[in-house]
Design a protein around this ligand. Structure first.
Ligand code: ATP
Ligand code: MG
Length: 357
């Protein structure tokens, strides 16, 4: 019996539709190889949804995503909608869908591909061996706390509130420990406990939860130190877990360690198996519609889908290895190509990965 899975596919804007097409190709091949029966349901999101329905996240899309086993997202946004007011911005859809699906954990792995190590902004010997994942809390903290702005006799005052509940910290920290168990079993919990009360609560929850994972090594690190160590000795990290804003900043920092923006996948997870998978990069309006976008980040996001939503590490590894082999063979998309490479279009690149599988 084939394992039946429903996948909501939300291509979005810019290069979104182009790169998502390639990831779907890969999923179809994976289905044949590993005995899955995937149903793909397409939905509108972002600017594409605004143009059709007047909403960045139509009810229908949300519904379909809630019923699916996993969501594959391209990218949203573009200059056409940049002047839209807050609620009618394409990016609003991302916050909306994460909230609705209760995806509180954002996972961003960073591991350089051997073939691209020279593309890194850091020295080769610093980047070699890097294999880390940032686990960022996604639904709490400063981004969701009460905001206020008012005029006073002293001029304007603005307030953002950083709130964390114990249970919100506990679930993300447990997620990080569980992920560490699938990896090198090291967790670095990042906070600012010397200054912030929310960080002191964070640290105490981590301490309380850690004994449940005696096989995992825990260290605490202040966020400023972590920012420094990420560029000084990035290979020493395995799993970094942290709150929303620190994670936002550190995951971008970790991303550039490994070179190209076109290579980086992400997963957003909640308590069930449902997850949302998307490339880290944006909609790249400057190259949209030209068939030159790099589909690797989206294809690797699909590998994460196999691993985290369907519990299939073998299929995940097969996809990752296919990508490696295509790189090894010297094939590149335009963003990565040097003189010695064969440059392929987005669709040709997807075909090569499928062939390699
Ligand atoms: P956002 O605001 O949505 O986070 P952004 O505008 O900051 O996104 P991107 O849309 O990621 O950034 O694009 C940044 C640069 O990287 C652009 O020049 C874009 O062409 C390039 N880029 C992004 N993704 C890819 C890709 N998959 N393949 C090739 N180039 C890419
Ligand atoms: Mg942008």
């Amino acid at each position: 019996m084939a394992k039946e899975k429903q996948i909501a596919v939300l291509p979005g804007d810019g290069i979104g539709p182009e790169i998502v097409d390639e990831a779907v190709k890969v999923l179809k091949r994976v289905a044949r190889m590993f005995g899955y029966s995937f149903t793909f349901q397409y939905g509108l999101i972002g600017g594409a949804a605004l143009d059709e329905t007047g909403q960045p996240l139509p009810e229908e899309t949300l519904h379909m995503s809630q019923k699916a086993d996993a969501v594959l997202l391209g990218a949203v946004g573009g200059p056409k909608w940049d002047d839209n007011p807050g609620d009618l911005r394409p990016e609003k859809a991302l916050l909306g869908i994460r909230k609705a699906l209760q995806l509180y954990a954002n996972l961003r792995p960073a591991a350089p591909h051997e073939q691209l190590i020279h593309n890194s902004t850091l020295k080769e010997e610093t980047v070699r061996g890097v294999d880390l994942i940032v686990v960022r809390e996604l639904t709490g903290g400063l981004y969701f706390g009460e905001k206020k702005r008012e005029r006073t006799e002293d001029g304007e005052v603005a307030v953002d509130t950083l709130v964390y509940h114990e249970h919100e910290i506990e679930r993300i920290v447990r997620k990080a420990f569980e992920i560490a168990r699938l990896r090198r079993k090291r967790v670095t919990s990042v906070d600012k406990a010397n200054v912030l009360e929310s960080s002191r609560l964070w640290r105490s929850v981590v301490e309380r939860v850690a004994p449940d994972y005696p096989d995992v090594t825990l260290e605490h690190m202040l966020v400023d130190n972590c920012a420094m160590q990420l560029v000084r000795r990035p290979a020493s990290f395995d799993v970094i877990v942290t709150e929303n804003m620190f994670g936002d900043i550190l995951s971008d920092e970790a991303a550039i360690l490994t070179g190209s923006i076109g290579m980086l996948p992400s997963a957003s997870l909640g308590d069930g198996n449902i997850g949302l998978y998307e490339p880290v990069h944006g909609s790249a309006p400057d190259i949209a519609g030209q068939g030159i976008a790099n589909p690797i980040a989206t294809v690797l996001s699909v590998a994460m889908m196999m691993k985290y939503s369907f519990g299939d590490e073998e299929a995940a590894r097969a996809i990752e290895q296919a990508v490696h082999k295509v790189l090894d063979a010297g094939y590149r998309t335009a963003d990565l190509a040097g003189d010695e490479h064969t440059t392929l279009t987005t669709a040709e690149y997807g075909d090569k990965i499928v062939d390699m599988l």
